[in-house]
Design a protein around this ligand. Structure first.
Ligand code: F6R
Length: 632
């Protein structure tokens, strides 16, 4: 979604702003822009619909340069993608970039228009620019007296905003900064962090955009407003009090966001899964026993008290939750429900305070998941756990327990390595809940060989990166299927048991990046309706692990074959399948028991990736989608 970069420093900052925007391109956007104070202190602005490269061309043409500036990539919410709606938005010599949504913007706009402010865009952001200006002017409904300087004006303005925002504001000839130019920032609901550099200070909505200048970062809290000059950072918290926030050193490496030899980030991230899983499972070390402490200091006590689990998430993360539901009920014997966060937050549900509420999110900033967590807490849930890939994210800061997956930055919009590492984390959670519920024997065998179920599951987990590595070797076979899918309009995916959510995830990947309409069904549902869709034109992808439901699944496959449907079967070895008329077969190296979903999903990721390649779509930035959905 939208991205912010800002800088105030000793050197010309346009190259940093543009490279920061390029780093944020992966989040999805439709237009870009920047505003700078030039050598004379005047505000200059360049904006463009489309890619950052188009903005770069305009910046070069206009010769825009300066030592203080703000830049933005916009993902349309209010108003179509167009240059006039691109940020920064200006009001008489000040410029604003904004992530988030201002819920009361229509009402504010009316009031500001009545004061004589003319609007040139359809955005909610332009309201903020005029509102800050109105606070500087004073003598109106927003401010009795003129604000002393831009810092005070932004503090005055945010007091009138309802909704979510991360803001960066610059103003020409700012009175409070007569010695030095400054950049004002504010945060409520949308992420914003500051960079502490050698040559100046920086702001961004995503840490990766700061890595080219500094690793030393300050994560703003909700309600914070800050003034950045080249020499200093001054922060005021939501109560209007001066506050110092910790400077942390980011462990992100700049290489982690480089494409390297890969063609796409999605391809890189699919192939990084053995490493990502290995890193996520690293804390297990060689221990024969799982320690609840990996979920937080209070985990042991909390796990011992819970009598049910509620999982809240969106999209791919919700499919990880759905997979875990099968594990948790089977191994831990705890009732588990999974809810789409955007539904849960508005539903009248019945709270069970002894439930463990698990929020799953790659980014930790998904607006619906965060709101669902707030809703759960407001309903009295205190036993909360975040499974997240971004340690500094909002979701992680708001739960009692947390587990940070170590997938590394995920740049491709279609989630891959985040999903499989979420599954690994959820399997660990399952084992710990099972243990707390007395369902895993801790007894070692008398001969000194530890063959307890816990030990056996840990061994399987530790072997998982190797198993995924072997699966990746199937890429050429999967690639060969892609040609046949690329010309299809629709596809069906079938799975049973804990592979049904994997079928759902497979269809989501295909839809997102190849734009082929795909639907997933638990295979037993086929004859209750979707069988009507099956004909020779309908590819039917079947996830066929060698488990207790295999014979049932084979019967479902017969139903497809009998109607001329084309089967594309991912089977484990020794499943008794034969390739033949209407049956295409790829054999996975091994059956992986309860962890089999982790392997089968990688095969489906590769299928979606190669179909998209044949179709020539923009794999890493599929149309209409954004990486982190920070608005509702
Ligand atoms: C699909 C995908 C999305 C996300 C969803 C939640 O490939 O990436 O469906 O899973 O937007 O995002 P997070 O996990 O960041 O909360």
């Amino acid at each position: 979604m939208c991205g912010i970069v800002g800088a105030v420093g000793a050197t010309e900052c346009t190259p940093f702003l543009l490279s920061g925007l390029r780093t944020l391109e992966y989040r999805g956007y439709d237009s870009a822009g920047l505003a700078l104070l030039d050598a004379s202190g005047a505000l200059v602005r360049a904006r463009a619909k489309g890619r950052v490269s188009e903005l770069e061309r305009r910046v070069a043409e206009q010769g825009v340069a300066g030592r203080v500036g703000i830049a933005h990539t916009r993902w349309a919410t209010h108003g179509v993608p167009a240059e006039r709606n691109a940020h920064p938005h200006v009001s008489r010599g000040l410029a604003v970039v904004h992530n988030g949504i201002i819920e009361n913007y229509a009402e504010l706009k009316q009031q500001l228009q009545a004061l004589g402010y003319a609007f040139t865009s359809d955005t909610d952001t332009e309201t903020i620019a005029h509102l800050v200006q109105a606070c500087l002017a004073g003598g109106n409904a927003f401010a009795d007296a003129p604000a002393a300087d831009l810092f005070a004006a932004v503090r005055c303005a945010v007091a009138h905003l309802e909704g979510a925002y991360a803001l960066a504001v610059v103003r020409e000839e700012e009175p409070g900064c007569s010695e030095e130019p400054c950049l004002i920032v504010a945060r409520e609901g949308s992420p914003l962090m500051l960079g502490v550099g050698e040559q100046g200070h920086y702001a961004a909505s995503d840490a990766s955009a700061l890595l080219s200048v500094t690793r030393r970062m300050i994560y703003l809290e909700n309600g914070d407003v800050g003034r950045l000059t080249r020499e200093a950072i001054e922060l005021i918290d939501g109560q209007g009090q001066p506050v110092a926030r910790e400077v942390v050193t980011s462990s992100l490496s700049a290489d982690a966001v480089e494409l390297g030899d890969y063609r796409h980030y999605m391809q890189k991230e699919i192939f990084e899964q053995p490493q990502a899983l290995g890193n996520t499972l690293e804390m297990l070390g060689g221990a024969g026993r799982l320690q609840p402490g990996i979920f937080g200091a209070d985990a042991e006590a909390i796990f011992a008290e819970v009598d049910a689990v509620l999982i809240l998430a969106c999209g791919t993360s919700s499919y990880a939750g759905m997979t875990a539901r099968y594990w948790i009920e089977q191994l831990a014997n705890l009732p588990c429900s999974v809810e789409i966060a955007s539904e849960y937050r508005y539903r009248h549900s019945v709270a069970n305070p002894r439930q463990l509420v698990v929020v799953i999110s790659q980014s930790g900033e998904t607006a619906d998941t965060l709101a669902a967590l707030h809703h759960a807490k407001a309903m009295g849930h205190t036993r909360t756990l975040a499974i997240c890939n971004v340690p500094e994210s909002a979701i992680v800061r708001e739960t009692a327990l947390r587990f940070i997956t170590r997938a590394g930055p995920e740049i491709g919009v279609a989630s891959t390595k985040a999903f499989t590492t979420q599954l690994a984390a959820l399997f660990l959670l399952t084992l710990l809940l099972a243990k707390a519920n007395g369902r895993l024997s801790n007894e070692s065998a008398n001969d000194g060989v530890d063959d307890s179920p816990e030990q056996a599951f840990l061994t399987e987990l530790r072997h998982l990166p190797v198993a995924v590595e072997k699966l990746l070797a199937l890429e050429p076979e999967i690639e060969a299927w892609a040609q046949r899918f690329a010309h299809k309009q629709h596809a069906l995916f079938l799975g049973r048991g804990h592979h049904y959510p994997i079928a759902l995830e497979g269809t989501l990947k295909l839809k997102e990046i190849s734009y082929i309409h795909a639907e997933a069904y638990p295979a037993g549902e086929l004859k209750h309706g979707p069988l009507a869709l099956v004909d020779a034109e309908m590819p039917v992808v079947v996830i066929a692990p060698n488990d207790e439901l295999l014979e049932k699944l084979k019967a479902n496959m017969q139903e497809v074959s009998a109607r001329g449907g084309q089967l594309y079967v991912f089977a484990d070895g020794c499943c008794g399948f034969e390739q033949g008329e209407g049956v295409n077969l790829i054999r996975l190296p091994e059956h992986y028991g309860l962890l089999s979903p982790v392997l089968h999903v990688v095969a489906l990721q590769l299928l979606a990736y190669h179909v998209a390649l044949v179709k020539g779509t923009d794999v890493d930035k599929p149309r209409n989608l954004a990486k982190s959905v920070t608005v509702e």
